[in-house]
Design a protein around this ligand. Sequence first.
Ligand SMILES: [Zn+2]
Length: 172
Amino acid sequence: MARNQEGGAGRRPVTVPPFVLPDDARRTIVDHATRDRPLECCGLLVGRDRTVIAAVPMRNVAASATRFRVDDREHIGLRRALRVISPPAHVIGVYHSHPAGPARPSPTDLAEAHYPDWLYVIAGFVGRRVRVRGFVLEAGRMSPVRLSTGTDPRVATEGATTVGPSSRVRRD
Ligand SMILES: [Zn+2]
């Protein structure tokens, strides 16, 4: 359903390889965002490397239409649960919703984003349309990053071919 939404505005990330956000994780985010309207929802993204395995809804302790704050205790509980998962999986990002606005990072989102390796997903509502977009923190800005469903054969090559000479490809 949400396929082919990215890039609609003509802005394609050129330096950042895509993240994989499978359809079921995307659906979890959209369902959560829809359910919690008019308040913002939030949750954490569990995965490996640049692949999301699951979106895990968290309580928004800010209980606000314009802000979110992940419940610390739920966050700690999730990290504890992940310690016994094999093969290992980690928190690789966070999602939240904009119940009455586009999927674009706000100044607050930027100010509160601290993890350069994380994927920041925003589900934004414009009217009844919801859009899910991904961002990464890059040089003090939130840059859009392509979200693949994981079934797209272009991903493997796209990650490599869109990396410009000025960026470094990190290999672990
Ligand atoms: Zn936001």
